[in-house]
Unconditional design. Structure first.
Length: 118
C-alpha cells in the first residue's frame, strides 16, 4: 500500500497562486509515477500533471502548461503542485495519485478543494 495525504488547497482570487503538497508513504515507490488529477463539479476527472519518481520526467495537460509545475522531493517523500496564474476554471478537487505507470493509478489521496473566485 502507498498512502497519499494532500494539503494546501483553499480559496484564491483569479491570478493568484497556491501550492499543493502530497505526503507519500508506504511500500517502496521508487519506480512509480506520481501525479495530480482534478475533478470539477459535473465534469470528468482529468489528469493535470505527472512526474516519474526516479527520473523526474514530467507531463502537463495543455490547459495548465506554463502555469503549473509538478515536482517531487525524494528526501522528504513529497510531491508538489505549484499553481500560478489561477483561473476560475481551475476550481476543482485535486487528488494526488500514484501508480506503476502513467496509465495505471492504484493509489489516490483523499483530495483537497481548490476554489478560484473573486
Amino acid at each position: 500500500q502507498v498512502q497519499l495525504v494532500e494539503s494546501g488547497g483553499g480559496l484564491v482570487q483569479p491570478g493568484g497562486s497556491l501550492r499543493l503538497s502530497c505526503a507519500v508513504s508506504g511500500r517502496p515507490f521508487s519506480t512509480y509515477t506520481m501525479g495530480w488529477f482534478r475533478q470539477a463539479p459535473e465534469k470528468e476527472r482529468e489528469s493535470v500533471a505527472t512526474i516519474t519518481w526516479s527520473g523526474g520526467n514530467t507531463y502537463y495537460r495543455d490547459s495548465v502548461k506554463g502555469r503549473f509545475t509538478i515536482s517531487r522531493d525524494k528526501f522528504k517523500n513529497m510531491v508538489y503542485l505549484q499553481m500560478n496564474s489561477l483561473k476560475p476554471e481551475d476550481t476543482a478537487v485535486y487528488y494526488c495519485v500514484a501508480g506503476p505507470t502513467a496509465h495505471t493509478w492504484n493509489y489516490w489521496g483523499q483530495g483537497t478543494q481548490v476554489t478560484v473566485s473573486s
